[in-house]
Design a protein around this ligand. Sequence first.
Ligand SMILES: Cc1ncc(COP(=O)(O)O)c(C=O)c1O
Length: 508
Amino acid sequence: MTTSPSPSSHDSDSVPYSMQVPIGISQLPAGPSGCNTLIGCFNHLSLNSSKSRFPTPPKPVASPLGTRDEQRKIYHGPKLSDRATGGPDAGPLIERFSCLFKDQYHCKSNPKGIVSLGVAENFLLQDECLEYFKTAFAKNFLTSDLSYGDSLWGSRRINRALSSFLNDYFHPAEPLTSDSLITGVGCSAVLDQLFYTLMDEGDSVLLIGPYYTGFDRDLIGRARVNLVPVCPPCEGFSPKSIEYFEKKMDELAAQGHRVRAVIVCNPHNPIGRTYPRETLLAYAKFCEERDLHLVSDEIYAMSVYDSPQSDNVPFTSMLSIDPEKELGIAFDKARLHVVYGMSKDFCANGLRVGALISPHNPLLLRAMANTSMLMKISSPADVIWSTLLEDRPTLNKFLATNRARLAEAAAHTRDFFESRGIEVYPSNAGNFAWVNLGPILGIETADEEKRIFQKLLDGGVYVAPGSGYHNPVPGWYRITFSVARENLDVGLRKMEDILGLRKITNGK
Ligand SMILES: Cc1ncc(COP(=O)(O)O)c(C=O)c1O
């Protein structure tokens, strides 16, 4: 079904955005919690740690709260929903993360704290962003921003600023309008809402493994979909990888599973690489042939940097491809959805701004609008981001500076590991390096990988283990380099000491 928006729905600035009639719609149709998730890694920690720097979890107490198992033993109150209590238990993750965040390294106030190189946050432009955001807020925050504004599912201001930004920087095949998107409190919330709307419980979604660990939380937590990593023996960024998607889909169908969507994360987290256009077209062709939704998470779109080690494939948005023109095949554009946000490219994980861009599926946007009040972004965040998006000289300067700093931090991190004989993946995007400690430390199993993760944590440095991303080969870790240089260097030195890494001299 192709549901093209009617021309009248575009640029309809005379009609308030919130009152625009949805196009052509009267009525809407009505996990894996195993060890290969970040939650699994943290569960492992709480069970197997003999010398953990974290306190032992408290014994179950007679409280309606607590872990799932505790609840089952001690909770006699009225039943909680199976939906809320039947998914992966985030308890250990929340508990361990709060220890981590409470005990963060600071050179003066907490020099014995944990250096976090495991969270994808970008601190490289923090000073400039803080100063600009404060001024934008002071200048542009109005009394009308104290009300619900001009829409219950976003605002005209942010939709206009964002669609114009996307038109100029993502080069969509057809120009986007304010009606092409819906905003929400970060990409996590948008993904949750999107998959809740696209899928029925138990439906399967295919994506290349390793994959961003947050997809487990965002897609399984409420939507309860089945995330299936495809780990091809070939290069995961080549069009050839699609053959393995086909095989996996057939296998799942034979087992009675229904695949409904494919996710592409471009640039990729945790690998830090951009997809070539031909691969994106191959994904589009596959989704058309198999009648699947195609969701492209492009949260690192503007965090692509020059990297002498990589083939420097430029970022191509899924919005810019045109399979009908480029491949001469029919392509129902209603199946294409792109997710973008402010957290990474704009160094602002805390502001919580994200968006879904689905230019040819008004039914989907309308369905999401039903509950979009649950994820409406706050007006301060709205003001700050729209001001920056519309201020092109500053925006261009910010993006260029961010890229240059990412390139420099990536090269610094690569040099540290490579000079110690450790392989680093040839990345060109994102906030992290994908590093293979397996050979040098003799890691052969996921348990060994997690033991190293534990050892590093106990020694005061947090890095993200590959098994948390469903990586099929043990020994890989994701190291965030977009932190203050002093913290990065302290973290790398700790890794060196704890793991006994040594600089190679004379090629040895
Ligand atoms: C690929 C990807 N998608 C989504 C998110 C979530 O971003 P947000 O902070 O907008 O919720 C992240 C954050 O790490 C990410 O890496």
